[in-house]
Every structure is written in structure tokens, then in C-alpha cells.
Design a protein around this ligand. Structure first.
Ligand code: PDD
Length: 285
């Protein structure tokens, strides 16, 4: 039986219940985090923990045990016997349950804190062959830097992309590519990587941060500069990055083929450097 974490307790999944007055349910008034366990260790757990705490701070959600995020994540893995498996941990904190009104509950209520772990393996076919993105205007709010669970503006374009046979969305704001519905986007032109700078228009991806650090370490030119839609036909490579998929080549954006329509050399190199980085993070090498 799967064990989940809910409000301070580890309990069987089928005993986990939340109030219909929960503000996460009523308003999407909640934040989340997704981390990856590589069958023995988390990759960059402190960075995920820092982002979770930042999301809490920016949304004024008070979870007094936020310092326990790392320990709870590890415990979810062990209680579900996932120690040796590649898995993800999903974690969500809502402002809690209270009669519906837009104002914060007064007096304040305890947040609802929920976490689960599940087995997850990488989509090796996508990593090998690459995927297509469906380009749409970015309909989201201007705080995309917060990892909010209010994701309807991500979900609707994503479903449209999915129905058209594309693997992810390419959001465009004011003529520039921002990111995907659940990943960051990079382009390559003449050996230089381009990606949207950290701002309110994108989520600061942990995988994105790793790529930026790898590029610096291995002297791969990288510019944190948004790519104009008009420039997409001139790009030689593109890729998307996130915790669940790592680095996936992009071979098409809507009807525009990228480069030669196959994963390019910079993307391949980054995939290898990322793999090495994952191996290097293993504490029992
Ligand atoms: N999504 N941009 C958005 C909008 C995201 O939702 C995500 C992650 C990323 C990449 O961030 P990271 O590298 O830290 O995973 C960028 C997760 C995987 C999700 O929603 O499931």
C-alpha cells in the first residue's frame, strides 16, 4: 500500500482526505515542488527546497515545518520502498481549509501539506529522437516564477498541443519565447545556447540552472537572452529541460523543423554532461 504524507503524518494513500473547503481545491491557492530521486540520492534537493521556501514566501503561505521538506522527501522514498528505484517526489502546500472568501483565513489556519513518491523513469525515446513543440501565445499571469498549482493556463495549451501530437508547448510573450507548460526552453545558434533570463515570465527551473552551470564549467557559450519568434527558423538546435524529463531535444516547433530535424551536437553533449553530473551526485560512487 502506498504511503503518503499529509499534515504531519505518513498514512496509507486511501486514508488521505482533505476538506472540500481547502483553498488549494477552491482557489488553487497553493504551491508545489517536484524532485527526482535517482535510485539512491536526490539531485539538487537543496535547490528544490530553496525554491519551495521561496514559493511559500512569495505567496505568504506559512508552513512552520518547511525546514523538514528534505527529511520528509527522503522518508517518502524509504516508506514506499523506492530506495533503489528512479522516482519522483511531489509536494504541495496550500493555504489550508476555511470558509470560502478571497481574504486569507483569520485567524490563520494550518496549511495543508501533502506529499507522495512514485516510481518514474525517463522517456528514453524522447531523449533520443527529440520531440515537437506547439507554439501558442503565453496566456499565463505575470508571476510564472512562483511554482503555483493554479495551472489551468498551462494545462489548456498543453492539452491542445497533446491533441495535435506535440509533446510540449512553446509559449510566446511579446514576440519572444518564454518557456514550455512544464519545462524551460533553450535554443542553439552557431554553438551558442540561448534561454530566457530568470524573470517573472518563467519558472527558474532547477534543470535549467544545472545546464547554465554546466555551460559555464565546460565553456559552452550561453546567453540568458530570450529568443524572438522570428529567429526560430535560424536556430540550429533547441531543447527542453525539466526534472522529470531531464534534457529532451526539440526537432520541430509547430510546422518549423529545427536544424536538421534531429538532435544536434550541443544538445547531445549537454545530455552527456548532465548524465555525468547525475553520476557525480551519487554519494556512494
Ligand atoms: N515542471 N517551467 C515550468 C512552467 C515548469 O512547470 C517546470 C517544471 C519547469 C522546469 O523546472 P525544473 O527543471 O525545476 O523541473 C519550467 C514540473 C516538472 C511539473 O510541473 O511537473
Amino acid at each position: 500500500m502506498e504511503t503518503v504524507y499529509l499534515n504531519g503524518q505518513f498514512i496509507p494513500r486511501d486514508q488521505a482526505t482533505i476538506s472540500p473547503d481547502d483553498r488549494g481545491f477552491l482557489f488553487g491557492d497553493s504551491i508545489y515542488e517536484v524532485t527526482r530521486w535517482y535510485g539512491g540520492y536526490f539531485l539538487d534537493l537543496p535547490a528544490h527546497a530553496a525554491r519551495l521556501r521561496r514559493s511559500l514566501k512569495e505567496t505568504l503561505i506559512e508552513w512552520e515545518d518547511s525546514g523538514r521538506f528534505e527529511e520528509i522527501s527522503e522518508e517518502l522514498i524509504s516508506r514506499n520502498d523506492l530506495g533503489g528505484d528512479c522516482s519522483i517526489v511531489y509536494f504541495q502546500v496550500t493555504r489550508g481549509a476555511a470558509p470560502r472568501t478571497h481574504a486569507f483565513p483569520k485567524p490563520a489556519v494550518k496549511p495543508t501539506v501533502y506529499g507522495y513518491a512514485k516510481r518514474h523513469s525517463i522517456d528514453t525515446l524522447a531523449c533520443e529522437r527529440g520531440v515537437g513543440l506547439w507554439m501558442v501565445p503565453d496566456p499565463r499571469w505575470n508571476r510564472c516564477d512562483i511554482k503555483s498549482t493554479a495551472l489551468i493556463a498551462n494545462i489548456l495549451p498543453y492539452q491542445e498541443a497533446h491533441d495535435r501530437g506535440f509533446a510540449e508547448v512553446c509559449f510566446v510573450r511579446n514576440g519572444f519565447v518564454t518557456e514550455g507548460a512544464h519545462s524551460n526552453i533553450f535554443f542553439v545558434r552557431d554553438g551558442t545556447l540561448y534561454t530566457h533570463p530568470e524573470s517573472n515570465d518563467i519558472l527558474s527551473g532547477i534543470t535549467r540552472k544545472i545546464i547554465v552551470a554546466l555551460a559555464a564549467e565546460y565553456e559552452i557559450p550561453l546567453t540568458e537572452e530570450a529568443v524572438a519568434v522570428d529567429m526560430i527558423p535560424y536556430m540550429h538546435e533547441a531543447l527542453i529541460s525539466n526534472t522529470t524529463g531531464e534534457i529532451v531535444p526539440v526537432v520541430k516547433i509547430s510546422d518549423q523543423v529545427i536544424g536538421n530535424g534531429v538532435a544536434g551536437p550541443v544538445t547531445r553533449n549537454l545530455q552527456q554532461l548532465f548524465r555525468n553530473r547525475v553520476q557525480a551526485a551519487n554519494p556512494v560512487r
